[in-house]
Design a protein around this ligand. Sequence first.
Ligand SMILES: [Mg+2]
Length: 243
Amino acid sequence: MVDSPQLDVIFLDIDDTLFATTDFVSSARRDALQAMINRGLNVDIEQLLTELELVVAEFGSNHDHHYDFLLKRLPTEVTQNVNIDLMVVAGVIAYHNAKWKHLHIDDSDRQLLVDIKESGIRLGVISSGLVRKQIEKILRLEIDRYIDPKLIFITHAVGVAKSNTQLYQTAIDATGCSASRIMHVGDHPFHDIDTANAVGMVTVWVNGGGKHSVNEPLTKPAYQISCFSDLRQILVSDYGLKA
Ligand SMILES: [Mg+2]
């Protein structure tokens, strides 16, 4: 009998890998804008969504004042009779309510994390974004129960972006394991797959329709799946995880 290759660690991306962030964000933004309309903002929701997309594109997804900027950009006759602060906070509350409602992983994904952890493979996170924002997702998804807290690498905490192999090398060094026994699972063709390939990790590309799925990685991933739960089949067939 040939032994299965060994895995010591699996690193997971969060956005559009463990959680369908692109879909969540568009539905939470719609909730936020609907809350403003419900409080008296007299603008068509599709028009508001289009303008909000422009604000996000111009100022970045982590900017703090999307709604203020959106309201500033609307015609004066629309905003002159509303209280801007009241609108902004109504939007923020609705967005936060959407987090409570939707930031969960399903039971089969949770069971997969349990089974990985019980198999002795350590779990970590390599994620791009603001530290508090990404940690909030980890906590709301309750995946902190399965992840080694020393193996959480968030770009804004490390000061290195996912486009730089140094981020992945830092994560590898922290495990004390060989890169060939470390898997990275992510959706971004360049920032999850090409950079992790470049440092010798075993890459799994989640090509599931998130915002980055329009591009192909320049280097071949070891595996390609369409959703996170498909990872189980790879681990069962090639790494001896229980079915
Ligand atoms: Mg991602």
